[in-house]
Design a protein around this ligand. Structure first.
Ligand code: SF4
Length: 361
């Protein structure tokens, strides 16, 4: 429920509207998980609430800790589905939480483990928000010196495919009377659903945007991200250029580097040319292996050469060190593996030759 929903709920029970706000603040500002803890409500109101409502919709089923300190939470929904969230510690006290927006995903990026699950269902806004609250509680227990500083919608699922629940969860998390997360500390990652990007640009909540690009041209992107056949790079960049970015914000492009597919110097040159004039930075993510896709991570020298070429051509790039890859928690590895057999290898086309030269201006 948003704050407005909670007030409407209170009124529907025959209570004053402010009762809804009291209850809502207990949940979203104080973080309580039982009605009994709401000490400024009468016993009668607490009993009525317990009979008609519930707080939180997820249960922590498993926590795995990586040798680099990354923690993967496997969470169970009320209908027995599993999703994953990842807590990633950074220097100092900062910690980023990566959350899921769907059970599985329908987008079918060829390098991603989640894609192999297919889409089971959307998460509702409560299930999205609850990931934040459960992770925050875990962090307070295991590393009280740390704080949840950033939130990224980059876990399982395509957030813009679950648009209404995405926006609803953002409204709840950013509400000044609740969890008060800063919009500038939240990033939503998309594979490039152009009409939804245009819609997001008109909302009253405006998170940072990350776009999973992964290719410098349509030929390669068509091959590794089938969604490109619907909204190609030209359409995507046109939508991004029209997106109303707040001052001093940039779009982040994610570029998963796959050996022999999109990692040549020619690819780097084409990428730099493609993104010229776009307020952006590029996160280079050397592919995190998982058994469902027959790709390889490029050699360190190839990764360095790719990044140096981008930089030489004026494209700001950052190399993302894999985090939590020993527990399958790194980017592209989330697939609810606990207790499940892994999907057998699917043969895919892997191009080894360099791509054709970019078109001449
Ligand atoms: S990379 Fe993201 S959008 Fe693509 S299949 Fe995986 S979860 Fe879905």
């Amino acid at each position: 429920m948003t704050l407005a929903d909670a007030c409407a709920f209170a009124e529907a029970q025959g209570w004053p509207k402010f009762r809804g706000e009291q209850i809502w603040r207990w949940v979203h500002a104080q973080g309580v998980r039982t009605f009994d803890e709401m000490t400024n409500l009468s016993r009668d109101v607490r009993d009525q609430l317990a009979a008609r409502a519930c707080i939180g919709s997820l249960k922590v089923a498993e926590v795995q800790t990586s040798k680099d300190g990354t923690r993967k939470l496997r969470l169970e929904t009320r209908d027995g589905q599993s999703i994953e969230s990842v807590l990633i510690p950074f220097e100092g006290e900062k910690t980023t939480l990566c959350i899921s927006s769907q059970v599985g995903c329908a987008v079918d990026c060829q390098f991603c483990a989640t894609a192999k699950m297919g889409l089971k269902r959307n998460l509702d806004a409560g299930e999205i928000v609850d990931q934040v609250y459960l992770a925050r509680t875990l962090l307070a227990e295991v590393a009280p010196e740390r704080r949840l500083s950033n939130l990224v919608y980059m876990g399982m699922g395509e957030p813009l495919h679950n648009y209404d629940n995405l926006v609803r969860s953002l409204r709840i998390l950013c509400d000044d009377k609740g969890a008060k997360l800063a919009q500038r500390r939240i990033t939503v990652s998309t594979s490039g659903l152009v009409p939804k990007l245009e819609r997001l640009g008109k909302e009253d909540v405006r998170p940072n945007l990350a776009v999973s690009l992964n290719a410098p041209n349509d030929e390669i992107r068509d091959m590794i991200m089938p969604i490109n056949r619907k909204w190609n790079i030209g359409k995507l960049l046109a939508a991004l250029k029209a997106y109303p970015l707040e001052q001093r914000r940039r779009i982040t492009f994610e570029y998963v580097l796959l050996a022999g597919v999109n990692d040549s110097l020619r690819d780097a040159g084409q990428l730099a040319k493609l993104l010229r004039g776009v307020k952006c930075k590029v996160n280079i993510i050397p592919w995190n292996p998982h058994p469902e896709a027959p790709y390889e991570r490029p050699a360190p020298a190839v990764i360095d050469a790719f990044q140096n070429e981008c930089k030489r051509l004026g494209l700001p790039t950052y190399l993302r060190t894999p985090r939590g890859d020993d527990i399958d928690a790194a980017c592209g590895q989330l697939a609810n593996r606990a207790g499940e057999s892994r999907t057998p290898l699917v043969p895919l086309r892997v191009r080894r030759e360099p791509p054709p030269p970019p078109p001449v201006d």
